[in-house]
Structures are given as C-alpha cells and as structure tokens.
Write a protein that binds this ligand. Structure first.
Ligand SMILES: *Cc1c(COP(=O)(O)O)cnc(C)c1O
Length: 481
C-alpha cells in the first residue's frame, strides 16, 4: 500500500534548510554579488528550489519510476512501436567515455573514432536498405520523413518540376500526412482494402504529374507485406514521382528484403525500434534516412565522409538542403544501433526478422480464436485484432481490454490504430519474447473477454492511477505547478 508521501511533489516535501550536501566553509574572500554583476542581474529573492535530504530525493524518483510499465519490467506488445528488449551491452557502448565525453566542436582529428563509427553506420544502413546515400542527422522517424520530403522538394525544384502532392494510404501513421504538410505539400489520401493493402485502382486514379511522392509503409500498419510493391513503384515512377518507404517496420524484413530493391527512392529508419534503443515517454530517438544516388546530393550537411584513413565532416555539398539538426544528430542512439548491428551481423539480423515474424504468427494463431483478426491467416511482425463484435454483443471496447491488461501486468497493445479497423488492437509481440510469455498473454486475453463488463469498464483496478479523463488531459492539460 502506497502512502500519500509518494504522490507529493519535491516542492511539497521541502523543509526549510534541509540539505542533500554540505560544503566546507569558503576559504577565499567572498564578495557580494552586487559588486560582481550589474544590479539588474541580481535578485534579493532566493530561487524557490525544494530543500530536501538525499534519501528523500532518491526515494521520490525511484518510487515514481516503479509506477510506470517499461520494457525492462513488463511485456509490452505495443503495435508499430516495436518495444523489444534493449540489450544492456548497447548501453555500455553508448556510455564509453570516448563517445560520451566528446565535445561536438572538437576538431575532426580528435574525434576520429566517433566519425568512423558514424561513417560505418551510414554504410550499414545503406546496405540494409538497398539505398546508397545516408544521412544520420534526423532526430526521430517523423523528422526523417520531413527531411526526406525536403530532399524530394529540392530534387524537383532542381529539375524545375512543380509538383504539389504527396499520396498517403489511409492506414498510414499520422506522422506521414503531418510531414507532407510541414514540407509544403498537400497530402492526398489513397484508399486501402480491408486487409490494409493499397487499393491499386484508387492509386492509379490519383497518380498524376502533380504527385511528388507516394509514402508507404511496408510491411503496412496491419502487419501485411504489400505484394504489389513493384507494380506500385512502377506506376509512381512512370509519372516521375518518388517512392518513400516508412521504415518503422524494418524489423520484419531485415536481411530478407531491401526497400531499395523493390523501388523505394527514400526511406527512414527508427533505430530506437528496429535496432533496439530506449524509447517511449518522449525519450531520444533518431531517424536516419537513406536515399538513391540521384537524391544523395540533396541530403543535409554535414555527411560523414572518408579520405584514405581519415574521416571528416563534409560540408562541401552545394545542392544540400542544409542542416536539419545540430551537430551530428542523436549520436547516443546511433551508437546503440551500431552496437546492435555489429553484434548480430548479417545472419543475426536476418534471424531477428525471422523471429519477429514467427512470434507474431504464433501469437496470431492463438489470438484469432479470442478476437477476430480481419486480415486473416498470416502476418509479418504484427497484426490487428478487433473488439468490434465484443463491443456490439457485450459492450466491451478495445479500451476496456487494454486497461484490464494492466491489472494482469501486461502493457496494452496499441488501440484504435490503424483507423481503418474498428475497435482496433494492434499487437506486436517482438522477437525478444519467449513462448511462455506469448502463451501467458493469449491466456490472459481469453480470461479478460469473459469477465464481467462492469469490472472491465472501471479497469485498471491495481495501478496507481486508474482512468484519467483523456479528453480533458488532451484539451486542458495543466502543465505548470
Ligand atoms: C513510430 C512510427 C513513426 C514515427 O517515428 P518516430 O521515431 O516516433 O518519430 C512513423 N511511422 C510509423 C509506421 C511508426 O510506427
């Protein structure tokens, strides 16, 4: 049983003059601030900082940390997000002093190790994606989308082609249309079939010489590999457009299929998903992009380059769209991705994809006896179940099930996405879970759908906070204390 002490803020716990550290008396003459600084910069009111002992601060933060679910504490089948286990060796790699303590303004000659790591990572990502040019700068997947669309815009500007539209399937991640709008294009929706695949008739109707880019996710957000990928690419290329591949689902095809080989011109990676790396809660990610050779000259500066044994930052790229991120990007996440790729090697990466697909299909085979899975019999690394029938017959929603799972110690799947499936529950088991865990999850789901609807409407019953008012939280957030 938690006491109210835990829920108080550090400011509320504060007691005058309580300290976490004691400093020896100052042994040099002390001069008043007014003598050292202009009076406008000096305040007579001390800052309102909380005054606490060290154990109080430690308990406060450690207790808060146990109120959340995480990949390290719970099974986390959050579809699309690929919440797989992050090997601790990657953390150790990122924390090596030679990476951690660099200053981004150090001369190239003193950061050769970092530059070599980044250079090699550019090469690995190009090889895995089948696209020869790479930029590590974007700070997240969404930022990679935006950067690539700016690259596409620069490419068409250079060719003096005025193209205004970006086509996006209706089941795409919300970042796709947002990136299109932010980069100055208008987003046009392309219909998909019930199984999540692109409606080729609708695409053929909407593709014309105004279309700059077709953005697609493959495997798509229903966890199905697009069999028409080549035909789609041909259709778009015939009209002079480019194919953008949202690479969030790369963990399903690593070492097996390369987007560049099936016609993609640009793609992003989410290293924090595909190559392991802490994410969620707004933590740092990265969004490297790879593009074809003809688009390479428009990539952001600097690109990490090599001349003989020397690695350097190449700014001499006159067609570049410029910078999209300070310094070299989120290098901590990139070191983790590098460590992950090097640890597995080509065969290991292929096995990652095979296990992701095997785990998802094993779980699908069990879940479809509990909740319908509209797109059928096989999936890639994730699948979308629906609680629509349960909602009709017993008034139990996807949200009720998601909330109840928390009581059983499982993080919920992604719910209500993609929007094309009613009462959607998007389940991605990931490759790092055991058979026992997948069995336990399926068993728990089977128990929940039989439970009293009233119990489910008020779940979770065991978490520190039950059901916040999500509409109010989104519309009227209280962000200041
Ligand atoms: C996660 C995700 C994104 C956005 O990536 P971030 O790194 O969160 O910005 C884009 N598309 C899909 C399909 C995703 O799953």
């Amino acid at each position: 049983m938690r006491n109210t002490y835990d829920t108080q803020l550090l400011f509320e716990l504060s007691q005058p003059n309580r300290r976490a550290a004691r400093f020896p008396a100052c042994d040099v003459p002390v001069r008043p601030a007014e003598e050292l600084l202009p009076s406008s910069a000096v305040t007579s009111i001390p800052p309102a900082l909380p005054e606490l002992s060290e154990p109080e601060v430690v308990r406060h933060f450690v207790n808060l940390s146990t109120r959340n679910m995480s990949v390290d504490t719970h099974y986390y089948p959050l579809g699309s997000c690929t919440m797989k286990y992050n090997p601790k060796r990657n953390e150790r790699g990122a924390a090596l002093p030679g990476f951690l303590h660099l200053h981004p303004l150090q001369p190239d000659a003193t950061i050769q190790g970092m530059l070599r790591m980044l250079y090699e990572l550019q090469g690995y990502l190009s090889e895995i994606g089948g696209l020869s040019a790479c930029s590590l700068q974007p700070a997240a997947g969404a930022h990679g989308e935006l950067t690539a669309l700016l690259v596409a815009a620069a490419y068409f500007r250079d060719r003096q082609e005025h193209r205004t539209k970006v086509l996006i399937p209706d089941n795409a991640h919300g970042t796709n249309p947002a990136s299109a709008a932010m980069s100055g294009f208008s987003a046009v929706t392309v219909q998909t079939h019930a199984n999540g695949l692109v409606n080729m008739h609708d695409l053929a109707e909407k593709i014309d010489e105004d279309v700059a880019v077709f953005m697609m996710t493959n495997p798509n957000t229903c966890g199905v590999f697009e069999p028409e990928i080549r035909a789609i690419a041909d259709l778009v290329h015939q009209q002079g457009g480019l194919i953008y591949l949202d690479g969030a689902n790369m963990n399903a095809i690593l070492g097996i299929a390369r987007p560049g080989d099936s016609g993609a011109d640009m793609m992003h990676y989410n290293p924090h998903k595909t190559f392991s790396g802490p994410h969620g809660g707004g933590g740092p990610g990265a969004g490297p992009i790879c593009v074809t050779e003809q688009l390479g000259s428009y990539l952001p500066v600097p690109v990490v380059a090599r001349e003989g044994d020397r690695f350097y930052l190449d700014y001499q790229r006159p067609k570049s769209i410029g910078r999209v991120r300070s310094f070299f990007g989120n290098t901590g996440v990139l070191v983790r991705a590098y460590a992950y790729i090097r640890t597995h090697g080509p065969d290991g990466l292929k096995q990652v994809a095979q296990n992701a697909v095997l785990n998802a299909n094993y779980l699908l085979a069990q879940i479809k006896n509990i909740l319908p899975v509209p797109q059928g019999d096989r999936c890639m690394h994730e699948f979308v179940a629906t609680a629509a029938e349960l909602k009709r017959t017993r008034n139990v929603s996807a949200m009720d099930i998601a909330k109840r799972l928390l009581d059983y110690g499982f993080h919920a799947p992604t719910v209500y996405f993609p929007l094309t499936v009613q009462e959607a529950m998007m389940i991605e088991p990931t490759e790092t879970e055991s058979k026992e865990m997948l069995d336990a999850f399926a068993h728990t789901l089977a128990v929940i759908v039989e439970e009293d609807p009233e119990l489910l409407h008020h779940a979770p019953h065991t978490t520190p906070v039950s059901r916040p008012d999500e509409v109010k939280a989104a519309r009227q957030p209280i962000l200041a204390y």
